[in-house]
Design a protein around this ligand. Sequence first.
Ligand SMILES: Cc1cc2nc3c(=O)[nH]c(=O)nc-3n(C[C@H](O)[C@H](O)[C@H](O)COP(=O)(O)OP(=O)(O)OC[C@H]3O[C@@H](n4cnc5c(N)ncnc54)[C@H](O)[C@@H]3O)c2cc1C
Length: 311
Amino acid sequence: MTDRYEVVVVGGGAAGLSAALVLGRARRQVLVVDAGEPRNAPAAHMQGYLSRDGMSPAEFLAEGRLEIQRYGVDLVRDRAVDVARDDADEFDVTLASGRSVHARRLVVATGLADELPSVPGVAERFGRDVLHCPYCHGWEVRDQAFGVLATSPMSVHQALIVTQWSKDVTLFLHTVAESELSDEDLRHLATAGVHVVPGEVAGLVIDDDRLTGVRLADGTAHVRDVLFVAPRAVPQTGLLEQLGAELRETPFGAYPVVDPTGLTTVPGVWAAGNAMGFAEQVVNAAAGGYRAGATINGELLMSDLESALHG
Ligand SMILES: Cc1cc2nc3c(=O)[nH]c(=O)nc-3n(C[C@H](O)[C@H](O)[C@H](O)COP(=O)(O)OP(=O)(O)OC[C@H]3O[C@@H](n4cnc5c(N)ncnc54)[C@H](O)[C@@H]3O)c2cc1C
């Protein structure tokens, strides 16, 4: 069975739902395909979204899904696995269930995956007391004993940033040799009061389901309440790559080249949210989705007017 939609939105996080909301309200026929694995699922609270600060991420998305359905948007729990552009520059999207849908325009809002350092316990505690983003969690853990797990010299920046939330910060060099840090790094760390500990981290110390320390390979343990880590960002750009979209390398992964509305280098295909950029927090992702949706509505209108005029 092939269903025809004006717009198919792949991904039902903040970016995709927001694109669908504006398109639904513009009376477009829209399908959202969502695999249901939003990036912030491990976190109990979503912070920094004006008027929604502290809301549960699951509740935020559940409300979003209700809102789009009010405007007749279809929503399916499925995964888009294949996409192809046809001769009319429109799109056939194949879902994991085997269903196939046709779209005149496509929004790719598939987010990114966090690849965590392979220290035992880190994945299990991610989003609780193993954290990556001080803007998301810093206030809640302010003034506690912070550790930062270095995985590259860029972790120096993370250690410096988190001193805004606690003056008790230890940088565990882990896989980074002290010689990889520049003199300027060392000066900044010393001036900010960051304690630097060389040696590989072997695991976490957990008491009563709470992080209480960090254990090094040499057996020494350091009392810490919170550990900041830097996951490797893996943007979910597979569908964009299938369509031949141009990507640009950044220190945080390869993201599509887009114009200010999120239009990729493939005509008719927009990207929004973390699939478009690393720094897209929930509020930015929602804004990007909205911008893409509104742009697509206008673009479809003009395209139909031109066809009516010129055939
Ligand atoms: C632990 C943690 C805590 C965070 N806390 C905050 C916070 O407090 N405040 C904040 O602003 N930001 C926070 N973030 C960042 C936040 O998660 C992102 O900004 C936000 O999720 C980006 O929204 P998005 O719509 O781009 O992607 P996502 O929310 O990740 O949504 C993408 C959706 O697309 C689906 N998908 C992927 N591929 C396919 C496919 N092929 N077919 C169908 N569906 C697909 C996924 O399953 C998912 O449901 C946090 C991140 C983490 C990891």
